[in-house]
Design a protein. Sequence first.
Length: 230
Amino acid sequence: MIEISELRRIYRMGDVEVKALDGVTIDIIKGEFLGIMGASGSGKTTLLHLLGLLDDPTTGRIVIEGTDLCNLTDYEKTMFRLYKFGYVFQDYALVPDLTVMENVSLPAMLRKDRDDQKILDDSHDILKKIGLFDRRDHLPRELSGGQQQRVSIARAMVNKPDILFADEPCANLDSENSRMVLDLFREINEEMKQTIVMVSHEPWHQEYFHRIVKLGDGKVISDEINGHGK
Ligand SMILES: Nc1ncnc2c1ncn2[C@@H]1O[C@H](COP(=O)(O)OP(=O)(O)OP(=O)(O)O)[C@@H](O)[C@H]1O
Ligand SMILES: [Mg+2]
């Protein structure tokens, strides 16, 4: 589904060069729950940003279902992000002055092919799925961290993206809330057949992943099907 070949991202600061990614080649398969792991500074976030079209590679190619992302115009990239991708960040990134319902509806409202009734129905459906329908008129600050992260997952899912990207979504959560978030990802993956690419450095998260790509110094050091995962 996504073919990533020889991806490099070099940051240049004055005379100093940092090879954040140094020739990464992987294929992401439709429907898989892929974990990207590795030590701090190994290039996980950089890889996710390149895949999610939030940053451009220095060299290398990303091809999604036949489309070479390097050849897209800025407008086409924006459309790709809006129509095909969903994002979940470590700090939830909810809009503080909007209600839960408004936050979740936001990506659907940006699309031209959704009428008001569809936006309402889709937002309600996904809020029910994450178990926060009854909190839809609350502001983000009135929710716990785990609940806020579930809202941000609902927001990422409202457009039913081809791929859901999550960068350390449990980093600010205790283990109980982390489990709720991971269980929700698993449910979305199994029931909605959603492809998920998630970055984590917590060893116990591995049990959730179908496959684990480990990065070290910007390179793939292992790429294995997870025998213990589902
Ligand atoms: N904007 C930037 N400018 C310069 N160097 C950067 C920039 N972003 C990342 N780097 C460097 O690139 C390397 C990879 O960073 P990246 O954020 O991808 O690591 P990571 O695996 O996500 O780490 P963490 O687990 O701490 O989030 C690091 O050496 C980092 O210092
Ligand atoms: Mg990171």
